[in-house]
Design a binder for this molecule. Sequence first.
Ligand code: PGA
Length: 256
Amino acid sequence: MAERPYIVGNWKMNGTRAMLSQARAIDRAAQNLMKVEVALAPPYTLIHPVHREAEQIGVGAQDCHAGNEGAHTGDISAGMVADAGAKFVILGHSERRQDHGESNALVSVKGAAALEAGMRVILCVGESEETRDAGKAENFVTRQLKASIPESLDNPEESLTVAYEPIWAIGTGRTPTVDDIGAMHRAIRATLVERFGEEGGAQVRILYGGSVNPDNARELLAADEVGGALVGGASLTAESFLGIVIAAAELQDQPA
Ligand code: PGA
């Protein structure tokens, strides 16, 4: 696992102000688990309230528009989420790609907007079950990654995290084998090194996402080149999310 693992909760379209107590509990516990970098991406409506609660954890958005401002009813710009307290944006999540037809090109320009607004980007990639069964997963994911990275990005160690999330593992309780995760993360690493050079490419954390829970976290986080986790369902309560954070902290304590 990376020097300091990164565990990010993606609340998706869940959460009202009643959930702020969960965010507070996560934040307080994270203050005693400093070996792990902990963050939450609540829905837009809770970014500022969670930001106000957070003394330790990072707060981010789950998406942003590619433009700065203007006549885009219902959309939210990168500058707006940054103003609300977001320090990063999750982009290219498969639910955005599927539900909103987001292309790699759009994800890439959204990333440029997020960087411009001074935020970090967590870029999601992942293959469908069909693509995996056809033996084309690594090829698909590495091409998706190359085409989704913002062209303007030149300091990857500071501004980029990649999240590998096989679509068939999201919310299903199914996960790839540790060997398959390791193989995919090595392929992603090679792509990052190709794009950013040895030094820059080596420092980007690559998260695994898809049905991570407190019971499987230890095993998944120990896979080759896994620098943390992007967690959906299990991030909705402090208890289960902290179970994952604690697993990451315990792995840090283990001799390599
Ligand atoms: P899950 O979602 O943990 O509920 O599978 C992960 C994600 O979509 O980021």
